[in-house]
Design a protein. Structure first.
Length: 386
C-alpha cells in the first residue's frame, strides 16, 4: 500500500505557515531513455499550461531523457470574490489549458447562470415571488458548480501532477502508437522551505545535465530553468521570475524578471552553478574536481570573473555537484524550526514513538548541516537520479 503523501499544512485561514514548495520527480517506466527534443519541448509546454491553469508556480525545472525534476510552489487558494476567483481570472486560467471554443462555451454558461442569479432572464418578471427566489437560488447553485468544476483542480500538488502526467502520457502514446502507463510509479515529492533550502534545490535541479555529462555548462541545456532563463525566447521571463523567487522568495529582492539582470540575481545564481566544479582544500587552495561535466579551465576562468564569492554559495556548490538522496527521499528539507513545525502539524503521519521531526543530514548534504535539516534520517545515501 503506497504511503500517504506528506503535504504542506495550511492555517485555518488558508494561508501557509511559511512560504514552501515541493521538489517533484518522476521517472519513465523501465527507465527507458524516451525523451528526445520534441518530447522534452512538449513536456515543458504542458508544464507551463498547467502552471497557468492551477495557479502553482514553477521555480526551477529540468527535463532529462528519462525523468524530470520540478521545484513547484503551491500557494494557498485565493479569496477573490464569492467563489475564490473572479470570473475574469477563471476564464484567463482556462485559456491556458483549453481551446478558445471550450472557454467561450464556459463563458456563455457563466453568463446564463449570472442572469438567473441577478433576475435578468427574459421571463423573470412573469414569475411569482416564490419562483423568482427559486430562480435566483438555482442561478447561484449553477454558478457555484461551474467554479467548483475547475477550482478544485487548482492550488493542489496532486491535481497539478495528475493533470500534467496524464495529459502528457496521452500525447506521448498517440505520437508513438503506444498504450498503457508511461511513468515508473507515483511521483516523488519533498517539501522544501523557502530561503537556503529552495536556493540549494533549484541549483541542484539546474545542474542535472552537468552531473549527467550532457553539457559542460548548465546554460547550454535548453530544457531546464537556467537554460531557458539565459537562452532568451518566449519562456525566458517566466524562467527568470521562477529562479528569482527560488533564490529570494519574498526576501530582499522582488521576484521579477528585472531582478534577474539588473538586481544581480542571475550573476549570483550562476556563481553557485559554476562553483560546483571547484572545491576548497584543507590548505585553503582551490582545486578543480576531475569529474564529468563542466570544463575545469572554463570553471576557473568564470569564477575569476565572478570574484564576489560568498562562503555559503561555495558550500551550496559542494552539495549540488553530488547526487543527494535527501532531495528525493528526505520528505521535508529546511530549517530545524520549519521541519519540526511540519512534524507537529502532521503528527499522525509518523510513528507514535517518534518525539520530534528534524534530523541532521549526512553525506553530501552534511555540508549544510546545522542550516538545513531533513525529516528522514537516511542510512542509504546512494542516489541514481542525476
Amino acid at each position: 500500500m503506497p504511503r500517504r503523501r506528506l503535504i504542506i499544512p495550511h492555517h485555518s485561514d488558508g494561508s501557509l505557515p511559511s512560504l514552501a514548495c515541493y521538489h517533484v520527480t518522476s521517472r519513465v517506466v523501465h527507465r527507458q531513455f524516451l525523451f528526445q527534443a520534441e518530447e522534452k519541448e512538449h513536456f515543458r509546454l504542458l508544464m507551463r499550461m498547467y502552471e497557468r491553469f492551477t495557479g502553482c508556480r514553477i521555480l526551477s525545472y529540468c527535463v532529462m531523457t528519462n525523468h524530470f525534476h520540478l521545484l513547484l510552489e503551491v500557494p494557498p487558494p485565493p479569496n477573490d470574490g464569492e467563489f475564490g476567483l473572479s470570473e475574469d481570472e477563471l476564464l484567463h486560467r482556462l485559456n491556458g489549458l483549453y481551446s478558445r471554443a471550450y472557454v467561450a462555451a464556459v463563458e456563455t454558461e457563466i453568463q446564463q447562470a449570472r442572469l438567473r442569479l441577478e433576475g435578468k432572464q427574459d421571463d423573470f418578471d412573469r414569475l411569482s415571488p416564490a419562483d423568482q427566489e427559486k430562480a435566483r437560488a438555482e442561478g447561484h447553485r449553477q454558478l457555484a458548480a461551474i467554479f467548483e468544476r475547475y477550482t478544485r483542480r487548482m492550488h493542489d500538488l496532486s491535481e497539478f501532477m495528475r493533470g500534467l502526467l496524464q495529459r502528457y502520457t496521452r500525447w506521448f502514446n498517440r505520437r508513438h502508437g503506444l498504450k498503457g502507463t508511461l511513468w515508473e510509479d507515483r511521483f516523488h515529492s519533498v517539501i522544501v522551505e523557502s530561503g537556503l533550502a529552495a536556493r540549494t534545490m533549484a541549483a541542484y535541479i539546474d545542474l542535472n545535465p552537468v552531473r549527467g555529462g550532457l553539457v559542460e555548462d548548465p546554460a547550454d541545456y535548453r530544457w531546464s530553468s537556467y537554460g531557458e532563463a539565459v537562452g532568451g525566447g518566449r519562456g525566458a521571463k517566466k524562467a527568470r521570475v521562477g529562479l528569482v523567487r527560488a533564490m529570494y522568495a519574498f526576501g530582499k529582492k522582488e521576484a521579477t524578471a528585472h531582478s534577474w539582470a539588473q538586481g544581480g540575481v542571475g550573476k549570483e545564481y550562476r556563481r553557485i552553478l559554476i562553483a560546483s566544479g571547484i572545491e576548497q582544500t584543507d590548505g585553503g587552495h582551490k582545486r578543480v574536481i576531475v569529474r564529468k561535466g563542466m570544463d575545469r579551465d572554463k570553471a576557473r576562468a568564470e569564477l575569476k570573473r565572478l570574484s564576489d564569492e560568498k562562503e555559503r554559495d561555495l558550500r551550496i556548490a559542494k552539495v549540488i555537484r553530488c547526487r543527494v538522496r535527501y532531495f528525493t527521499d528526505g520528505a521535508v528539507i529546511g530549517s530545524r524550526q520549519f521541519v519540526d513545525g511540519i512534524f507537529r502539524a502532521k503528527r499522525d503521519y509518523f510513528s507514535p514513538k517518534r518525539k520530534d521531526g528534524a534530523r541532521k543530514p549526512r553525506g553530501a548534504l552534511g555540508e549544510l548541516a546545522g542550516e538545513l535539516w531533513s525529516m528522514r534520517d537516511l542510512k542509504d545515501l546512494r542516489e541514481d537520479l542525476p
